[in-house]
Write a protein that binds this ligand. Sequence first.
Ligand code: EPU
Length: 338
Amino acid sequence: MLTIHSWHDLTAFNTLAMPAKAQFFAELSDLNDLPELLDFIAKQDLPSLWIGGGSNLVLADEVPGCVVHIATKGIEIQSDSEESVLIKVAAGESWHGLVTHCIENGWYGLENLALIPGSVGASPVQNIGAYGVEVADLIDQVEVFDTLSNTFDVMQKADCQFAYRDSLFKRNPGRFIITSVRFNLSKQFEAKCSYAALQGWLDAQGIKELSAQAIFDAVVAVRQSKLPNPEVLPNAGSFFKNPVVSNDCFEGLRQIYPEIPNYPDASGVKLAAGWLIDQCGWKGLYRERVGVHKDQALVIVNHAGGSRQDIDELADDIKQSVFNRFSVRLEQEPIAYP
Ligand code: EPU
């Protein structure tokens, strides 16, 4: 049964806890209600925003149009062999819940992505990634409703144009409603722990027998030590992408800052936005309502009901100071809406 609310409070529907109000709001827990909802949106000629966990969003104080919280559930095995399993997962499932479920069932590949906030349907949008794994590595298909053609469509991984924190879905905001994601998971566990922070934690604990559970536990511990829990301190994870600069630009910076963290990248050198911001002295900075996390300069936090303006001003000041010092432009990672 579809209920449409007006001027609905979205504070609990975005992990930055922005005190936003949606002109219209609906919860979609049954895909059979989608035609009725689309009909309402079309008849009123409204813009629409489709959200999962709301963990990658910076909302304005008033959100015009209709906000839909996708709350569909279900994990279905579509093919099962000795080596692998194909599972189709409804968009509204919790991401961390899925990772846990897979490990319990002996389906491997997602363990490095433990504890990332948000929903399964949102995971392909920004191609979530952590500790050497990106969700695109495990995705087989994405089912969508295409609002341009008004049809359901199955998109193969190759069609999704996945890149670092990017996809076709992110580049075409509002066009695709992701209804489910199909994952191809292995039944043979293969540890991926080349990422220094992860390997460092495993070494420090003296863990040599690597299991999926051990990697999962390590990822959870490392994340908890560095990243604020949005339920305790509202945030949207990394607020900036790690910038990619040209080889020449990197060499120039390395002359001045020999210790600058860097990672190889197909189109140049990837720098650590957290390091750049930290060098400019922002870590732990408090403003009246918003600030920069004390242990991780990449994360902007909302201490006390900060507005979109507070967040935008802080983000702009951070970008400007990084540019002034390093001549590197930072790009915001969470989606600003509208
Ligand atoms: N650093 C500092 N000061 C800081 C933060 C970082 O000097 O305040 C330095 C670190 O010492 C390290 C480098 O910067 O040398 C990179 O830091 P870190 O590993 O903490 O962050 P990252 O690797 O750039 C990325 C993702 C995270 C993900 C981690 C783990 C982006 C923008 N962020 O961070 O993703 O969890 O790797 O794989 O790619 C997210 O997207 O919300 C997110 C948390």
